[in-house]
Design a protein around this ligand. Structure first.
Ligand SMILES: Cc1ncc(C[n+]2csc(CCOP(=O)(O)OP(=O)(O)O)c2C)c(N)n1
Ligand SMILES: [Mg+2]
Length: 492
């Protein structure tokens, strides 16, 4: 069968199980838009290329299958690349396919010519430029394998326009993935068994894949670390104390990096071993220690329950938690101090946060991808007002594709995380430049066709959330913008 390069890409992706392609159009990739029709790929056409990559990222984290982002060459690619940073740190499998100036014009000053693979290389597990239509199926297969295998991550493939248009005798399009195997190293088993207070600390990918089963089987507490705040991860309570008590630690697909104070988070005589994978069915630890760890991680200062201030993030979270009491709920947290409070106070069966990259802005694209991955699920994104501005226009995308997520904006009219640094480091008299306006983001969302609520007084929050929930049922995304106090992130 003779096919265009673009058809080979689209059909290879479809054969691997891709259904959605997160994209922003451009001259270089229009052949792939055309090919998507016959390959049965649904395009989700966003408003900024970084949003497409963030969506592919959340898709990858939630489903384990690489999310696919498709953008145009030059400036489209440059816009997309920033979002790879978040995915790389979160070890999220995704493939960024970028159009590219034609091979036969390179070096002559082609339209939007740029060394795209070089630009993406530091932010991807692998990054290269396709050289011919004949090898495109192999390129897609390699990208898929690289994205998924070992510690997953983003992969970039640039595809020159003349390669997309070339018609060639198509090779076989399907490919097989060998399942990842977890090793059961006897040394690690013995090390964990010898400990009185052993811990497994898992990186983001290992936490999503198999870590819970390991804890169930062995009884050794497994702690996932995916927060840029490291030992001060607001969703892990008294993690710092637990780390100091451990006498054996297995770092599972995880470096002793800044999140673990480069190893100083552990006691001096703690034995630290590491492995990319580890699995065993053997019981290695008694339950008492696991219960202690569990209690420490779920600890929240009792004083929080006494917080009566009605515009405090704790009060907002109390109302939102009711919406998450469903087996299908997905919680997205993003932003500075408000995002930290949301992580500390809210829980749901599935969670996507901005992650170790510490980058803000991805919440709305994350929520959209979560809603696509789980169409019936209740998806709630909690984000700060500064953060909302990054991808506000993705509300429009959610309206067009009928992705009924709820976005709750904690609006303190400040880039508060940075403002709090100014207060601590330079004093109140020198805190400047981080103010925002109490903008009515609910009205902005409504203008784009979503359900929007602007909540100036806490007493209106319950009603606003109820109306927003009703709108979700009608297939509309909703944005509840609630004015809150400027408070520092939670401390334990
Ligand atoms: C991409 C990116 N740019 C800037 C920052 C620095 N930063 C972290 S939190 C924050 C403030 C966020 O403000 P907002 O979303 O309103 O949350 P708040 O802290 O006010 O609750 C900023 C600017 C970052 N982490 N990532
Ligand atoms: Mg703010």
């Amino acid at each position: 069968m003779r096919l265009r390069g673009a058809d080979i890409i689209a059909r290879s992706l479809a054969a691997a199980g891709t259904r959605h392609v997160f994209t922003l159009s451009g001259n270089h990739v229009m052949p792939v838009f055309d090919a998507a029709l016959d390959a049965n790929l649904q395009l989700v056409h966003v408003r900024h290329e970084a949003a497409a990559v963030h969506m592919a990222d959340a898709w990858g984290r939630l489903t384990g299958q690489p999310g696919i982002a498709l953008v145009t060459g030059g400036p489209g690619h440059a816009n997309a690349v920033s979002a790879l940073y978040t995915a790389l740190a979160a070890e999220s499998p995704l493939i960024l396919i970028s159009g590219h100036a034609p091979l036969d014009e390179l070096g002559k000053g082609a339209f939007q010519e740029m060394r795209q693979a070089d630009v993406a290389a530091p932010l991807a597990k692998a990054s290269w430029t396709a050289q011919s239509a004949q090898s495109l199926a192999a390129d897609v297969a390699r990208a898929w394998r690289e994205a998924r295998s070992g510690r997953p991550g983003p992969v970039h493939l640039s595809v020159p326009n003349d390669v997309l248009d070339a018609v060639v005798e198509a090779p076989g399009l399907g490919f097989k993935m060998d399942p990842d195997r977890s090793e059961s190293s006897p040394e690690i088993r013995e090390a964990l068994r010898a400990g009185k207070r052993p811990l497994v600390i898992a990186g983001p990918a290992r936490m999503r894949n198999g870590a819970r089963a390991l804890e169930e089987a062995t009884g050794v507490p497994v702690i996932g670390m995916e927060s840029p705040r490291g030992v001060n991860d607001p969703s892990l309570g008294r993690l710092a104390d637990v780390l100091k008590q451990a006498d054996v630690v297995l770092l599972l697909g995880k470096r002793a990096d800044f999140t673990l104070k480069f190893g100083k988070a552990f006691a001096e005589d703690c034995r630290v071993v590491s492995a990319e994978t580890f699995a065993t069915e053997e019981r290695l630890c008694a339950d008492g220690w696991r219960d202690e760890v569990q209690a420490a991680l779920t600890y929240r200062p009792p004083a929080w329950q006494e917080i009566r201030s009605r515009s405090h993030p704790v009060a907002v979270c109390r109302e939102v938690q009711r919406l998450l009491e469903r087996p299908d709920a997905v919680l997205v947290c993003d932003g500075g101090e408000f995002g930290q409070w949301a992580q500390a106070c809210l829980s749901a069966p599935r969670r996507v946060i901005n992650g170790p990259a510490g980058s803000i802005g991805a919440a709305l694209p994350f929520a959209a991808a979560a809603q696509l991955a789980f169409p019936q699920a209740r998806v709630v994104a909690m984000l700060g007002d500064g953060t909302f501005g990054f991808h506000m226009s993705e509300i429009d995308t959610a309206v067009r594709y009928r992705l009924p997520y709820l976005a709750v904006v904690g609006n303190d009219a400040t880039w508060n995380a940075e403002y709090q640094i100014q207060l601590r480091a330079y004093g109140a008299a020198r805190a400047h430049g981080c103010e925002l306006l109490p903008t009515r983001y609910g009205a902005a969302a409504a203008a784009m066709g979503a359900h929007g609520e602007d909540v100036a007084s806490f007493d209106e929050l319950q009603g606003a959330l109820a109306r927003a929930s009703a709108a979700l049922a009608g297939g509309k995304p909703a944005c509840v913008n609630v004015m809150i106090e400027r408070v520092a992130a939670p401390k334990y």
